[in-house]
Design a protein around this ligand. Structure first.
Ligand code: C5P
Length: 226
């Protein structure tokens, strides 16, 4: 089943402390951004990629797309102050499609199988997001003191991709913008509309490259995959 993907890539990467956009850092000789783009370039169901970028980085990114043979990028609109704004600026430029995926450019290890499951679920239910079950004991803490131990059975750690019927996420973003609501993921915007969001079991390897330790983990995953 076909889809287009929005990749927000306009962050500053402060937590990585690299002094540059962390997506330009290399994992086994290739920039993180290119690893992520290649997943979608190689997925025959992906019919278009929208990349939100910092305007001053656009020329460099365009050069990288040519260098690494990435052909599916349809637009590179300017990102915004927050990730949600970056996603929205892509959505505003897109033509309507059936299914749209939103995926952090900083998660290069997503697989075609998980993407396919998400696209199918979004087609069937309207909204589906990737997540993994919480592995550790989870506690609610206030001022350094445990308030309660939360039932782990019902807890999931949420990732991207997040997949939606185009009209649903478009409306959700529109409403959020009008009322000035800022969510930490796209699903929150859809939840606010009262629409059910389904979960698709993902992989613990689908980590976001956020801090320096993640790079070590990332290179280990690449080596193991050969
Ligand atoms: O900072 P974090 O890793 O959580 O950001 C997730 C993704 O969102 C990254 O790929 C980053 O480049 C992107 N982002 C963005 N615009 C922002 C902030 C983050 O496109 N204003």
């Amino acid at each position: 089943m076909r889809y287009e993907v929005v990749l927000p890539a306009a962050g500053s990467g402060k937590r990585m402390g690299a002094g540059q956009n962390k997506l330009f850092l290399k994992l086994l000789e290739k920039p993180i951004l290119i690893h992520t783009l290649e997943v979608f370039e190689q997925d025959t169901n992906c019919t278009g990629i929208w990349l939100a970028v910092r305007p001053e980085e656009r020329p460099l990114i365009e050069e990288m797309l040519t260098q690494y043979g990435i052909t599916k990028v349809k637009g590179l609109p300017a990102g915004g102050e927050e990730r949600q704004h970056s996603v929205h600026s892509c959505m505003k430029e897109m033509e309507q499609v059936d299914i749209v995926l939103v995926h952090d450019a900083a998660r290069p290890f997503i697989t075609h199988d998980i993407i396919a499951n998400l696209v199918q679920s979004a087609h069937d239910h309207g909204a589906a997001i990737a997540g993994v079950r919480a592995k550790d004991t989870m506690k609610k803490v206030r001022d350094g003191i445990i308030e309660e131990t939360v039932d782990r059975e019902s807890l999931w750690m949420i990732q991207t991709p997040q997949a939606f019927r185009f009209k649903l996420i478009y409306e959700a973003e529109d409403v959020a913008e009008k009322v000035g609501f800022l969510g930490t993921d796209e699903a929150m915007l859809v939840e606010r509309l009262g629409h059910a969001v389904h979960i698709v079991e993902s992989s613990y390897e689908n980590v976001k490259m956020t801090t320096k330790e993640d790079l070590v983990f990332g290179e280990a995953i690449l080596r193991q995959r050969g």
